[in-house]
Design a protein around this ligand. Sequence first.
Ligand SMILES: Cc1cc2nc3c(=O)[nH]c(=O)nc-3n(C[C@H](O)[C@H](O)[C@H](O)COP(=O)(O)O)c2cc1C
Length: 339
Amino acid sequence: MIEKESWKFCVAPMLDLTDRHCRYFHRQLTKKARLYSEMVTTGALIHGDKARHLDFSEAEHPVALQLGGSDPTELAFCAKLGEQWGYDEINLNCGCPSEKVQKGAFGACLMQETQVVIDCVKAMQDATTLPVTIKHRIGIDDNEDYGFVRDFVGNLFANGVRVFIVHTRNAWLKGLSPKENREIPPLRRQIAYQLKKDYPEAVFVINGALKSLEEVETELKFIDGAMVGRAAYYTPWLLADVDARLYGSNIEPVTREQVIDSMTEYLKNTAMDFHALRATCRHMHGLLTGLAGAKTWRRLLSEARTIEEEGSEIFHYAYARAGWADQKDPLKEDEMWSY
Ligand SMILES: Cc1cc2nc3c(=O)[nH]c(=O)nc-3n(C[C@H](O)[C@H](O)[C@H](O)COP(=O)(O)O)c2cc1C
């Protein structure tokens, strides 16, 4: 049963960013947001270290596993694995434009292969009881014909897909890097609104360049859900308002000190190598963005030697050095957009 409320606010899948440690951190800021894994390719799951790709903490729920692939049998196997591991959703990547992904014939180029996507989705639906959802773009290259994405969505809807995450830009498969592909193709949010009008029973989640909860609230007047990527990663404190503001939760909002304490406990209790420890520090760079001491905080969380010396006390140490040790958590400032 699809509960549209479950997709009201989502943090986007981001390769090299939204690993399990990042998601655990985000979960300290919001209990309600739906979190997504980095894209995991079927090849990596089938031939690689499954636990390394799939393990996560119970606290992360609700959490979706995003898969990259285009072979129905392999995707079915991986979707089943995701269910066994305890994920809440399986999402298929039909939006990534990178050349590497194109060589593997998946990601955004799948939008040109609707029948392949239908076969993949059917195989995954047969293999799991979890919702199988799609993340996609609104067109390929310079094709701005609405009919293209309308029919892509319509065909999948007819085959049981009920949740569509729409990055409201075309994917340009030639000539742009993935980064440029997140910035240069124009945003056309009205395409997502039109999809919602044409398929009112499906759940549509809008994605692309949302920078604040004000913008999210505006979108929610037109559409079921919003997915935020870079803003959530680089200015994570915006997540601390999600539960109260979007879900009407009256639980006491979290403070930065509480987040730092729980992340310290997490470091103490979670087996991780130095690489993962550094990544966890990196995920928390943005916690003080917009406040005095933010630069010191970021610098200390980037220094391998300091991280090594402080170990699980790194966050307390950096917070104190940033000048916040004896001060109360400040009022939430306006989010900064500085990346
Ligand atoms: C570093 C980085 C890695 C990304 N990796 C993925 C990915 O693995 N799967 C995916 O579907 N999208 C990926 N994306 C795209 C985001 O999910 C999102 O669609 C895009 O950044 C637009 O949203 P935003 O403007 O809120 O960041 C990535 C984006 C970034 C910045």
